[in-house]
Design a binder for this molecule. Structure first.
Ligand code: HEC
Ligand code: HEC
Length: 227
């Protein structure tokens, strides 16, 4: 098996198990069984593709072709060219497909992403996710040293436990490293506000601990500097 391929896909698979375990803890055993089944199915499909260099090359090729619809907002290589639009380069593939499913069934609301996600087959979603996961993140950066240091302290206290020391998804959730700061800030505000655009009980509890918009800006700026 191709080693770089393993490095790409294995953290995602481990991530799925950890994310599933966290959901189970949180929901006190009331995890939506079909959601769990979908994630496990996805993890095994990714493992199958990664075990075959031909299937992997095919997924990358078709993923890139389908990504022609996305470039105008997410950039040629998954580094976003539009304010409020996230970088997808280097994002965890299981997380990407999971978000497609959430947009498609209305658990996450966005006009564009909702209609696009609903138009893709499961295989399209997987190929797109593999293509973006294989791209290199270009950190957004910005801000000043004082803000970055404040953000670093907040991140170390409140976020590493799930998002990992370097924000690269070791523990199974979204990659945050290098993300555009205004997008990260927008999401943190959405998680803590019950508008219904995006809900996740783990992130609701955590985003609520950020006491001000300045703290949100600081942590988002810090994350934008991580490679
Ligand atoms: C018109 C601009 C636009 C186009 C075209 C577009 N997106 Fe998006 N995308 C966005 C915006 C804006 C968001 C954040 C929306 C929100 O607030 O939830 C987003 C969010 C996402 C997310 C969630 C990322 C995360 O970090 O949670 C994924 C995955 C994604 N898009 C994939 C795609 C793919 C794949 C395509 C092409 C098939 C595509 N998008 C086309 C604007 C766009
Ligand atoms: C207990 C685990 C946990 C902790 C701690 C946690 N998160 Fe998260 N985070 C998650 C999960 C789960 C998701 C995916 C949510 C979803 O799929 O809707 C997520 C998603 C996110 C996203 C959305 C990423 C994207 O691309 O749209 C951001 C931003 C984020 N977290 C920031 C933070 C910050 C900043 C902290 C610390 C203040 C933090 N998280 C702490 C579990 C956690």
């Amino acid at each position: 098996m191709n080693k770089s391929l393993l490095n790409l896909v294995l953290p995602g698979l481990l991530a799925t198990q950890l994310a599933v375990a966290a959901d189970l803890r949180l929901d006190n055993g009331q995890l939506n069984a079909s959601d769990l089944a979908v994630r496990q199915q996805l993890a095994s499909r990714l493992a199958e593709i990664s075990a075959s260099p031909e299937q992997y090359e095919d997924a990358l090729y078709h993923g890139q072709r389908r990504a022609s619809l996305c470039k105008v907002c997410h950039g040629d290589d998954g580094n976003s060219v539009k304010e409020g639009t996230p970088n997808l380069a280097g994002q965890d593939p299981v997380y990407i497909v999971d978000q497609f499913n959430r947009y498609a069934d209305g658990r996450r609301i966005d006009y564009w992403m909702g209609s696009l996600a609903a138009s893709f087959s499961d295989e399209d979603k997987i190929k797109l996710a593999i293509f973006y996961a294989a791209q290199t993140t270009k950190p957004a950066r910005g801000g000043n040293d004082q803000l970055i240091e404040r953000g670093r302290r907040i991140y170390q206290n409140l976020c590493v436990e799930c998002h990992g020391d370097d924000g690269r998804n070791e523990e199974g959730y979204a990659r945050l490293a290098g993300q555009r700061p205004e997008y990260t800030a927008k999401m943190l505000k959405e998680f803590r506000t019950p508008t219904g655009r995006r809900y996740n009980p783990l992130m609701y509890a955590r985003a609520f601990m950020l006491r001000s918009d300045e703290e949100i800006e600081a942590v988002a700026t810090y994350l934008a500097h991580l490679d």
